[in-house]
Design a binder for this molecule. Structure first.
Ligand SMILES: NC(=O)c1ccc[n+]([C@@H]2O[C@H](COP(=O)([O-])OP(=O)(O)OC[C@H]3O[C@@H](n4cnc5c(N)ncnc54)[C@H](O)[C@@H]3O)[C@@H](O)[C@H]2O)c1
Ligand SMILES: O=C(O)C(=O)C[C@]1(C(=O)O)C=C[C@@H](O)C=C1
Length: 307
């Protein structure tokens, strides 16, 4: 393997993201040796069956010992416990990272346990699906997607460079920003849309049996896209909303104000206002497509299901 980004990679948590990294690291030559660790015996057994890594274990020492890059891929709510468990087994100079959808809470939970905090470089690949577990991952998940790094102010430059090289080898584009900025942006672009999807599907469900069967029957429309998002992992999303509470509540306040404006336009029969509003939002969709950022999520689902 010519010039891998790291020698020995350890992944803690081998669900959708961990197993996608394991597959991609091998396929694109990002690591010479891959170890995966998971607290679930069933997941470790499945990771072994799938041949995802050189080592699949429930033991932190076995996974982390000797690794030069350790990436935590568990739900954000357990990141602190995971950091505490892995820290005693880290080799000196190892780079530690994560993939959590929230950065502030993860940094606060993990950093106190790490003896070389300047080598803890938090990261967040903006790529995923509504599926979970080791079977749902695929090697191309990160191709042409963003991976955001939020290094601390005193970050070790070599550690940042190593992690950047790793994610680029997996096909991602890397951008760096502050923890607070990350959490504000993602509250709007990812967390709020999930909350809206959970809410609208919940509302439809509350309408009772007759409406529910019609929802299923006629859902080959916009509603279907909401049901895909609302099928996302409940543990992961509970943890995200609790961990990014302030930024989500701030965006939700703004969202509610804007919704009231639309509500008033409908009530007053303000067609001009509605037309102007919907034209502006259509332009945003068009510019996303022009920038090549439309990744047709249902296709991700099909690829994952076909695995
Ligand atoms: N799913 C997405 O779309 C997506 C995208 C980007 C980032 N993320 C982030 O990636 C992380 C993982 O998400 P996922 O979708 O892969 O979840 P997942 O549910 O598919 O996998 C999580 C794995 O972590 C394991 N785990 C839980 N607690 C553990 C512990 N204490 N020690 C070791 N293993 C433990 C679980 O057994 C499971 O196998 C989350 O922090 C999430 O915020 C998810
Ligand atoms: O495509 C999806 O299913 C996703 O929800 C992926 C998505 C997102 O909101 O874009 C979800 C959470 C992650 O932190 C990053 C990506």
């Amino acid at each position: 393997m010519a010039d891998p980004a790291c020698e020995r990679l350890a992944l803690i948590g081998v669900g959708l993201i961990g197993s996608s990294i394991a597959r991609a690291a091998r396929q694109f030559g990002a690591a010479r040796h891959v170890a995966v660790m998971d607290s679930s015996q069933e997941v470790v057994r499945r990771a072994s069956e799938l041949g995802l890594a050189d080592v699949a274990t429930q033991d932190y020492a076995q996974a982390v010992g000797g690794a030069d890059l350790v990436i935590v891929c568990t739900p954000v709510g357990v990141c602190g416990d995971v950091a505490q468990s892995l820290a005693p087994h880290l080799q000196k100079g190892a780079v530690v990272s994560d993939v959590g959808s929230v950065k502030g809470a993860v940094v606060a939970q993990m950093t106190p346990h790490l003896t070389e905090p300047a080598r803890f470089i938090p990261a967040h690949p903006i790529a995923g699906t509504e599926f979970s577990g080791p079977d749902s991952g695929f090697a191309t998940l990160f191709q042409n997607r963003w991976c955001i790094l939020t290094p601390p102010e005193n970050a070790d430059a070599a550690a940042v460079e190593k992690l950047t090289k790793f994610w680029m080898r997996l096909g991602a584009n890397v951008e760096t920003m502050s923890v607070a900025h990350h959490d504000a942006v993602l509250a709007l672009t990812s967390h709020l849309p999930h909350l809206i999807a959970y809410n609208i599907v919940g509302t439809a469900d509350d309408f009772g049996d007759e409406t529910r069967s019609e929802v299923i029957k006629f859902s080959a429309s916009g509603f279907r896209d909401f049901t895909r998002i609302a099928a996302s992992d409940p543990i992961m999303w509970r943890d995200i909303f609790l961990a990014n509470k302030d930024a989500v509540l701030q965006m939700l306040g703004r969202f509610n104000e804007d919704l009231s404006v639309l509500q008033r336009m409908i009530r007053r029969g303000d067609g001009e206002g509605l037309l102007e509003f919907f034209s502006r939002t259509r332009d945003i969709r068009r510019s996303i497509i022009e920038q090549g950022q439309d990744t047709a999520a249902p296709d991700f689902g099909r690829r994952a299901e076909g695995r």
